[in-house]
Write a protein that binds this ligand. Sequence first.
Ligand code: PLP
Length: 406
Amino acid sequence: MAKVNENYQKLPGSYLFAEIGRRSAKYAAEHPDAKMIKMGIGDVTRPLAPVVIEAMHKAVDDMSTVEGFHGYGPEQGYDFLRNAIVEHDFKARGVDIEPDEVFVSDGAKSDCGNIGDILSVDNKIAVCDPVYPVYVDTNAMAGRAGDWDPEKEEWSNIHYMPTTAENGFCPAIPEETVDVIYLCSPNNPTGTVLNRDQLKAWVDYANAHESIIMFDAAYERFITEEGIPHSIFEIEGAKTCAIEFRSFSKTAGFTGARCGYTVVPKELVRQGQSLNAMWLRRQTTKFNGASYIIERGAEAVYTPEGDKQIEETLDYYRANARVIKEGLEAAGFTVYGAVNSPYVWCKTPEGMGSWEFFDKLLTEANIITTPGAGFGPSGEGYIRLTAFGDADATKEAIERIKKLDL
Ligand code: PLP
């Protein structure tokens, strides 16, 4: 008899977005005239930059000729894209990364999830709470999480690190030894960032304990404040203890086009094994490369014109984030994030839970948000709003919130 991966049975249902969808759809069906504003799901809404479209069109034309046709590409990504990544995302910031340390993929979600393939099932995993659920669920699928405790809403074998206003949204270095640490900066869902000293403390910990930091920098390009690291490899010592995930999704609108990359330094070695060589082996076996057309589109992001056009779109979202933050603060809310991130993390009114405030915004202002509790127990007492929507709708949403009786 074929046996299934029993770890899947332990997974709690993907309750959060299903429940948000259920409550929103029910309300909308009962109130067909309600003008709903979506500020919940973290998907972009602005079109791809014209230079990206142009590059993709040209790549499609390449495919129509014998000379220009591209079949299977290099699993690690085409040189033209890996060289552009190294040049613009790293060398330009004084970070020395080699093209063969860059692995182009169809996005950061796959890489964050698949990286566990090259790790033992025995590792002790540490995640922030609240957290992007992919880190937790993929470890649970692999059997690294232990058992799900529905009371605590925690996995028995995962070390949760609360990141709340009380600790400045920086996870505390754990007393017990942890082997794999997931850090995300700018953070989803809190919108906050880790500074140089905070990252250095984690790098020192990881090197001292031979742990590995999985650093998710999917929102790196939203950083506006000087001095905040865009890459963990800006921190001395990171190359011997960290892997970094990047994405073109939020940076350049590729959520539907799909492209990202992962940096695995050659200096990263555990138990005598090169993680770079292992990831190469994994990718060449299980992945056949991102599409030529999409990689040409991603390359165009790094041209001067691409840079300018992408910044214009990012500024559109940044302006939305400012409208949300300043509007909510003017209405008396305590708000985090927004400055270096498309996410705004808003404290619920005194005594009101995440879901209760979600319902109030849904039914009294017709705004769909995400309850913080859905990202982990320490997200209770917060909601997440995203800046990826239409500018006028964002302003309208804030005006509606200001009018609420709280
Ligand atoms: N990492 C974080 C923190 C995210 O929030 C997301 C998407 O929302 C991703 C990774 C996935 O990005 P991609 O679209 O490249 O798969």
